[in-house]
Write a protein that binds this ligand. Structure first.
Ligand code: F6P
Length: 322
């Protein structure tokens, strides 16, 4: 192999820059030329690629976001789009590709791989919903950002004896909400994976009020049917909670943070392992973390299997909320 490329795709995640830096420097160490593709798969369609040298990735390990930019490309998902991307890779003499991203991005990587192109995925999403990696790149930072916000919200909630519904990201996966709720000491956690009875939630909040709590915190996953707005509406129409109610939707602040030490290290290890995989001729796989170690999982499994959420942790959180 003489020339490889790297791209970041889907929602940006803190630590992506560490992974780019690692792919570029490891590739150069192997004597290869490393191209950066701009704006994810869209860049393969517009021919936006540039050769990256050692100095081009200097000073980025501590930066959130992605130096290469990212996108979600509907065109790439079509047969014509895929073919156009392959033509571009072949024209450029690129012989291997590292795809740093989450579920949609790894589905794209799998599609390229089925066409015979050597691709290695790097598990990266704040949603932590990717099969093949117990922890994905970016979720640690996102979790810490959500917790910092919650610590602040608890202070103001206590001053006014309010209940706050905090909605966190995660798409259809409740991981971020579950972990934020446990570590933030939430009274209740609402997840897409578990049915929610709003009457039950109202009862829990009323009981917390009657026990003399100065505030109550409900962490809600954006993908739950009863998201923050629906719950707010339900409570306004149906229930007296004791507490006054306010909602906060954290949204994109969870994505834009400075990567934690954990994510810088993980991005670095993932990028190194992905480049090594390409060097060994092992492709059509995802680099992830399983039981604390770098793990290599076939993309065919990654795109067809769902990572389960450990709902026993929610039960623990309920007991501890007393
Ligand atoms: O997948 C990461 C994520 O931040 C999800 O948590 C969220 O639902 C989604 O991306 C938002 O997507 P977009 O950046 O396209 O608005």
């Amino acid at each position: 192999m003489k020339r490889i490329a790297v791209l970041t795709s889907g929602g940006d995640a803190p630590g992506m820059n560490a992974a780019i830096r690692s792919v570029v420097r490891t590739g150069i160490e192997k004597g290869w030329e490393v191209y950066g593709i701009y704006r994810g798969y869209a860049g393969l369609l517009t021919g936006s690629a540039v050769s990256l040298g050692l100095r081009d990735v200097s000073g980025i390990i501590q930066l959130g976001g992605t130096l290469l930019g990212s996108s979600r490309s509907p065109e790439f998902r079509t047969e014509e789009g895929l073919q156009k991307a392959l033509n571009f890779l072949n024209q450029q003499g690129i012989e291997g590709l590292a795809v740093i991203g989450g579920n949609g991005s790894q589905a794209g990587a799998h599609a390229l791989s089925l066409k015979g192109f050597p691709v290695v995925g790097v598990a990266s999403t704040i949603d932590n919903d990717l099969y093949g990696s117990e922890t994905t790149l970016g979720v640690d930072t996102a979790l810490n950002i959500a917790l910092e916000a919650i610590d602040r919200l608890k202070v103001t909630a206590s001053s006014h004896q309010r209940a706050i519904l905090v909605e966190v990201m995660g798409r259809d996966c409740g991981y971020l909400a579950l972990m934020t709720g446990i570590a933030g000491g939430a009274e209740t956690i609402i997840l897409p994976e578990a049915e929610t009875n709003p009457e039950e939630v109202a009862k829990e909040l009323r009981e917390a009020y009657q026990r003399g709590k100065s505030h109550a915190l409900v962490v809600v996953a954006e993908g739950a049917y009863y998201n923050a707005r629906r719950l707010e509406q339900y409570f306004q129409e149906h229930r007296e909670l004791g507490f006054e109610l306010r909602i906060t939707i954290l949204g994109y602040v969870q994505r834009g943070g400075t990567p934690s030490a954990f994510d810088r290290l993980l991005g670095t290890r993932f990028g190194y392992a992905a480049t090594d995989c390409l060097a060994r001729g092992e492709h059509g796989v995802l680099i992830g973390l399983l039981q604390g170690k770098i793990a290599v999982t076939p993309l065919s499994e990654v795109v067809s299997k769902k990572k389960p959420l450990d709902l026993s942790l929610r039960k623990m959180a309920q007991i501890l909320a007393k």
